[in-house]
Unconditional design. Structure first.
Length: 120
């Protein structure tokens, strides 16, 4: 897991995103135990509370299931939830930027759709 301490994205969000990426890549599978906050804190040389905040975010998103006295478990529908959230979050940002830049360049809707189709 790589964390960029110079990034404007908070460390706990980078941790949550990195865990989601590990789930999507298959490094962590649904039903697997997730990394503990202590292990993350030691490996990344960060405060355990920061690691816990990243894990807690994934619990709130429904990606991890909190079992008392046990480690966090990757939920059975984690892949679907992650993809749906990322799809909405990332694609909305990309499309908003694309439309905004297209308008600045006087690219019509039809021309933009043609360009997009050409890349598929």
């Amino acid at each position: 897991m790589n964390i960029d301490f110079n990034n404007v994205v908070p460390i706990y969000i980078q941790i949550a995103n990195a865990i989601e990426d590990d789930i999507l890549s298959g490094k962590l599978k649904e039903g697997d135990n997730c990394y503990s906050q202590i292990i993350l804190a030691k490996e990344l040389n960060i405060n355990p509370a920061t690691a816990a905040k990243g894990i807690r975010l994934l619990v709130e998103r429904g990606i991890l299931n909190k079992n008392r006295g046990q480690s966090m478990i990757v939920c059975n529908d984690a892949n679907v939830l992650i993809k749906a959230r990322k799809k909405e979050e990332i694609l909305n940002t990309i499309v908003e930027n694309l439309v905004s830049e297209s308008k600045k360049l006087d690219i019509s809707e039809n021309e933009l759709i043609s360009i997009i189709k050409a890349h598929f």
